[in-house]
Design a protein around this ligand. Structure first.
Ligand SMILES: Cc1ncc(COP(=O)(O)O)c(C=O)c1O
Length: 452
């Protein structure tokens, strides 16, 4: 398992060859068959006592398993929040794996951590956070939300002591991971209604807090780009309310805060500079491979005292240095911020601005096309790169039927969602190669499907 011989050499080149082949594959060839029933039986005897050799294992992956995975980086994959990692960051991810770096503490991973911190600083600067800001790359937006909220609760307890039930204020439009975090933390969620565009406003937050007098709210989760609609909460006004009530303001920007680097949408995040913490996932819209989420604290001191793990075996860790393990719920960690850093160094930040702006521009052009087309309704103007629209008269079942058929054919992945109680279609753009023409082709398809 650890000896290098000629067979290993051949296999190693095959692995690199596979990676190159996958990255060079024309984008419209990336779709394979969606998971088939025979999948489990195809690999039933894959793990054996003696092993089958690396080449056979690689071929099993390439020919059986990979075709049963959805290409998340396809420009026509427009569901959930897809991904579009750059070539440099993806290839560098192989390098990170080969380098066996422990990214938890400075002593073990100083070189990697210095680079990760530089990428975090880029994000902190975009948000207008002060010099002392800092954080860590975690596995995803869910982990970022949980770790930030645990830190917020610790601060509340330090100031107010322990009280029976604590609460997070959030709207129905927050990502499901916020409610999941509340469950893990055994705290409640104070619901706050959104406006017609799906945004949390300062007025609604103030009213909800006033109606909850005596309730122990310790944090507000605002969203910088909701998953369902791409809505950006009224961050500046929310920061005022947090200051009035002494509450922690966390901004979940897993999807949308990538647009902090945008020339055309940056202004919409005014107030982010006043947050206590924010999260943004480079694996969503900053062209890094899975799994990579940045969590940044305005003042990381409290996070370190909240999350740092202690034990006899950890006594030797130099607490005077930057130890990423201390800023979230984890200890061992892959230096998962490195592929983002490598991409930034390779292409320069202006390439990120252009790529993000391109998705926003495409979303706006597509929304205009929807609004102008008879038979379709644009449900809300896109604030970022999510477009919600309906095909007049369609039911949820019809959307699902069309969506499943086109996904199986590998043409588009677009799933239905709900907007203001009604079913509709949702398109989420992150890939700079998604064209307006291709999206118009999808509208044509929907229009003709209606009469099929
Ligand atoms: C706004 C928002 N927050 C959190 C998450 C969860 O992120 P992850 O899937 O990386 O845990 C998502 C995922 O789509 C999201 O859009």
């Amino acid at each position: 398992m650890h000896n290098w011989d000629t067979e290993t050499d051949l296999f190693a080149h095959s692995v690199i060859g596979y990676a190159i082949e996958r990255l060079r594959m024309p984008k419209d060839k990336r779709w394979g068959a969606l998971p088939a029933d025979e999948l489990r039986s195809a690999i039933e005897h894959a793990i054996t006592v003696d092993g089958s050799g690396a080449l056979e294992a690689l071929h099993l992956f390439r020919d059986v398993l990979m075709p049963a995975c959805r290409p998340m980086d396809d420009p026509m994959n427009l569901a959930y929040v897809p991904t579009s990692p750059s070539i440099a960051s993806t290839m560098f991810d192989l390098v990170v794996s080969a380098s066996s770096i422990f990214g938890g503490n400075w002593e073990a991973g100083a070189g990697a951590i210095a680079a990760e911190n530089q990428a975090l600083r880029w994000l902190a600067d975009l948000a207008g956070f002060p010099k002392g800001a800092g954080g860590v790359f975690v596995s995803g937006g869910s982990a970022a939300n949980l770790s930030a909220l645990v830190t917020a609760r610790e601060g509340y307890r330090q100031r107010h002591g322990h009280s029976d039930r604590l609460m997070i204020a959030a709207t129905d439009e927050v990502h499901a991971s916020v409610r999941a975090a509340a469950k893990v933390m055994d705290v409640d969620v104070l619901p706050v209604p959104t406006d017609d565009c799906g945004r949390l406003t300062a007025a609604a937050l103030r009213a909800a807090l006033a109606g909850n007098a005596g309730g122990n709210v310790f944090a507000i989760v605002a969203t910088g780009g909701t998953t369902n609609a791409g809505a950006i909460d009224e961050l500046d006004g929310i920061a005022d309310v947090c200051a009035e009530h002494g509450l922690w303001m966390h901004v979940d920007g897993a999807y949308g805060l990538a647009a902090l680097c945008s020339n055309i949408a940056r202004e919409r995040f005014r107030g982010i500079e006043r947050a206590d913490s924010f999260g943004v996932d480079p694996h969503k819209w900053l062209f890094a491979p899975y799994d990579c989420a940045a969590l940044v604290y305005r003042d990381p001191t409290l996070a370190a005292s909240t999350h740092a793990q202690h034990g006899a075996y950890l006594d030797a860790v130099n607490r005077g240095e930057w130890n990423p393990s201390d800023y979230a719920y984890h200890l061992s960690r892959r230096a998962r911020g490195l592929p983002l850093w490598f991409g930034l160094v390779t292409y320069g930040t202006s390439a990120y601005t252009q790529a993000v702006d391109s998705a926003i521009t495409t979303a706006r052009a597509f929304a205009d096309e929807v609004a102008a087309r008879p038979g379709f309704t644009l449900l809300t103007p896109p604030q970022l790169s999510v477009v919600l629209f309906s095909a007049d008269g369609w039911t949820r079942e019809q959307y699902l039927e069309w969506s499943h058929l086109r996904a199986r054919q590998g043409r588009w992945l677009v799933l239905p969602t709900t907007w203001q109680g009604e079913p509709c279609l949702r398109v989420c753009l992150v890939h700079p190669a998604t064209t307006v023409e291709a999206l118009i082709g999808m509208l044509d398809d929907l229009a003709s499907y209606q009469v099929e």
